[in-house]
Design a protein around this ligand. Structure first.
Ligand SMILES: [Zn+2]
Ligand SMILES: [Zn+2]
Length: 413
């Protein structure tokens, strides 16, 4: 083992950084079992070191003496964050290629100032379209028709490159394509509305009547997958196979199938994921229904216009099975403000009525046009419907409030 391997294996980030600065070879693999530094990093479960070694140019497809890659080894020992990181890694240097004029080009395909914000989006492991639109919004440089056009074209080129390179990388190709679709959707909204993508976020979050399921989002993701330009790809076939028979609103959602395929992460416990942006580890709970969690107030505010329609019903449904546990919690002073304000912070201008009743014409239109494009030929398949009616009822009755007891007493979410 090299010193870098030892440091990676023991999770010593500072020593890894020092060794890399001094020029340690990340791809050295004369280890007796063919392990590389990246494999040790993956086994150690240290995401920081894994990222560092990837940034230093580690090859992700090297295999050990029994033919396992670093991602496979990390998966074997349950280090899922490292697996996700390795599977989603895309070197900034590969993107930089497009920031320089190539051949006879007078201008580069990607203006250099857009490289950093675009790279941030490429590296995200949360594929929730809401999160991706939020990332676009976060970078003022990207909230621009011209910039988005450049970016989505580069994403299309990267997708093509992943397919046509010698070892075709379908996973990365699908991810690049998916990001391109999200950017194109941002572009379309930006052209039609000058509200800086707020209408798009609302469309993606808007829940249908009854259960609050975000249909537009589901259809959008299905549509992205369906538009993948290389129809012979095995991954595409698998995705379509998993998603097509599922009626919209049932499990698995297109988002969970896509996430699993692209990042290796299972989206299992709804209670752990932010209801708005899908970020994992969200633990701030709607103080009224206690059935949904959010990262922070920004996420809750974004969601409130649609969540408020089902918040009360969720609260009623959640109470019988889990009342003993729920009672341990302080009953907040939020009684009676269900439909008017978000239960988070009293008096905050969370929801304007206009937000709620205002329908987004663009979104509605798109929903209709997407209806015909729905992936599945068997929308009303009876067996799935029956299975999922039950699943629906179970979901919301029993499992959700697991995290409640740990909730701080004075927390107003
Ligand atoms: Zn969130
Ligand atoms: Zn609620």
């Amino acid at each position: 083992m090299t010193p870098l391997m030892h440091a990676a294996c023991k999770g010593q980030a500072e020593i890894c950084r020092l060794l890399l600065q001094l020029g340690a070879d990340v791809n050295f693999n004369k280890h007796e079992c063919g392990y590389t530094a990246l494999m040790f990093a993956g086994l150690s479960g240290n995401a920081e070191i894994t990222g560092m070694i990837l940034d230093a140019g580690a090859e992700t497809d090297q295999v050990n003496s029994v033919g396992r890659t670093a991602a496979q080894m990390a998966a074997f020992v349950g280090q899922h964050d490292c697996v996700t990181m390795i599977n989603n890694f895309f070197s900034g240097m590969k993107l930089d290629y497009y920031t320089r004029p190539q051949g006879l080009e007078r201008e580069p395909k990607l203006p250099p100032k857009l490289a950093a914000p675009l790279h941030k989006i490429i590296m995200t492991t949360n594929l929730n379209p809401v999160k991706m639109v939020m990332l676009v919004k976060e970078s003022p440089l990207l909230v621009d028709v011209w910039a988005l056009e450049k970016c989505y074209r580069v994403m299309d080129l990267l997708c093509e490159q992943c397919v046509k390179q010698q070892d075709m990388n379908e996973v990365l190709a699908m991810k690049m394509h998916y990001i391109s679709c999200v950017l194109q959707k941002c572009l379309a909204f930006l052209r039609q509305r000058d509200d800086k993508l707020d209408a798009l976020l609302r469309s993606l979050l808007k829940g249908r009547d009854g259960d609050g399921f975000p249909q537009y989002q589901e259809r959008f993701i299905r549509d992205c997958i369906r538009k993948f330009p290389y129809c012979e790809a095995t991954l595409l076939q698998q995705l379509v196979h998993s998603i097509a028979p599922v009626e919209i609103g049932n499990d698995p959602t297109a988002f969970s199938v896509l996430t699993q395929a692209l990042t290796g992460q299972m989206v299992l416990l709804d209670s752990e994921f932010c209801a708005t942006c899908g970020e994992r580890g969200a633990e701030k709970r709607c103080s009224f229904c206690r059935m949904v969690v959010y990262c922070d107030q920004t996420c809750q505010r974004l969601h409130w216009f649609t969540h408020k329609k089902i918040c009360k019903a969720l609260r009623q449904r959640s109470s019988p099975a889990d009342s003993p546990r729920l009672r341990e919690l302080p009953d907040n002073e939020d009684e009676g403000c269900v439909t008017e304000k978000s239960p988070v912070m009293e008096g905050s201008p969370v929801v304007e009525e206009s937000l709620v009743t205002e329908e987004s014409p663009v979104a509605e239109e798109s929903v209709c046009s997407l209806k015909e494009l729905h992936l599945g030929p068997e929308q009303g398949h009876s067996s799935t419907s029956i299975r999922n009616v039950n699943a629906d009822a179970d979901d919301n009755d029993d499992e959700q409030p697991i995290m409640c007891p740990a909730f701080p007493a004075d927390f107003h979410f």
